[in-house]
Write a protein that binds this ligand. Sequence first.
Ligand SMILES: *Cc1c(COP(=O)(O)O)cnc(C)c1O
Length: 439
Amino acid sequence: MNRRDFIAASAAAAAVGESAPRLAAQGGAPVRGTPLHGNFWGVQYYDGQERQMVLDVLETGRPFRWYGPGKPPDKVAALEKEFAARMQTKYALAVTSGTAALQCAMAACGIGPGDEVILPSWTWYSCFNAVVLAGALPVCAEIDETFNLDPSDIERHITPATKLIMAVHLQGNPADMDSIMAVARKHHIRVLEDCSQSVGASYKGHPLGSMGDLAICSMQANKTITAGEGGAVYSSDPVLFERAARFHDIGTLREPFLKNLGEPRTAAFIGTNFRMSEFTGGVLLSQLRKLDRIVGDVRTNAQRVYKGIADLPGLQLRKLPDPAGELGTGVYIDFKTKERKMKFLAMMKAENVPGNGPSGSVILPIDKLIESKVTAHPAWPSFNTPRGKAIQYGAACCPKTIDIINRFGGVLMDPKYTKKDCDDVVAAIRKVYPAVMQA
Ligand SMILES: *Cc1c(COP(=O)(O)O)cnc(C)c1O
């Protein structure tokens, strides 16, 4: 422990003083009788509206977005229109998942064999996989204390082959977009925003996804709004949108898209099928109309916790490039060492307010599958170019990321937590923090 930490820890201990309640980890009464746990956010808001959407599809017999009996199906189309409006982009394309959306984004940007894509070392597998499935090479950069791409670690990874930078907004917190865009623009490289874990969040007043060249999100069950599965590609660039739309629908561009775009701008090319069904579209349309309520609820809860712990001595939270824009998915503290973080997690568990490690992403370079560069076919281009053969993943390529994920710990929030739940989070952190910082 350095001198500054020691003073902070001593002050923390003194602040609690004689009246410190005994830690549950040491036999005292826990803050709660039963463990606090959240649930799928969007699912907790399901009501008659989602039900009506599903029933409507069943009763009209129009589960396919492009045609059916009677009047044309309209749910996926309405979702795309309202989603684009909410995210302040010109176009939005509904697809079957966030992973599918990433694959569409790769096709939109023309990413393929010989190309390189820079992505954060801490993110979800799909980001890495989409690059590999396009035949291109993923290059992992460090994260910073936002848990997102470190803008100062991008430049050293740029080569003449770099075609795209993935800015992933993880666990509700916007990445430092001003700095990321500045590096990207300087080198004339496109930026893809992956908003999967931050749907509804914003950066300096801009909805996430509206600042880069294009964006994707997931609407899988763990994300802000959900139909179990689902995703979107969104952009204000008509060429990128057209290419994504073609890729998601076996290369075709259906009449309604053409009408919206005015004219086709690219030749057809071979695509796949990531079309969304009307069932999914209907549920997601209902969910989208509740997005601001869900976001408001979780922000209110996170604010209550931030406020309740703000005076803890020496407290250092996760870096928030725009505190007003983040969702408040989790409240994270820098414990400076892994040992202290682990102690925090054990003590919080005993208090029945389980901590979080952080989760929901992986340190990609140290994942066994990624380290071994295994693909479905041994001749797959990604790792068969000279550069692909030479690139090494593993711990040596992201020491800063590993350190940050090791030393931060926190508590996940939930939009449906009651005031009492939030106060329990505050009480548990206040109870264990002095003991953790003393260690
Ligand atoms: C969940 C997630 C995805 C993938 O979305 P799916 O809908 O599960 O395919 C992609 N990127 C990030 C950052 C995610 O969290």
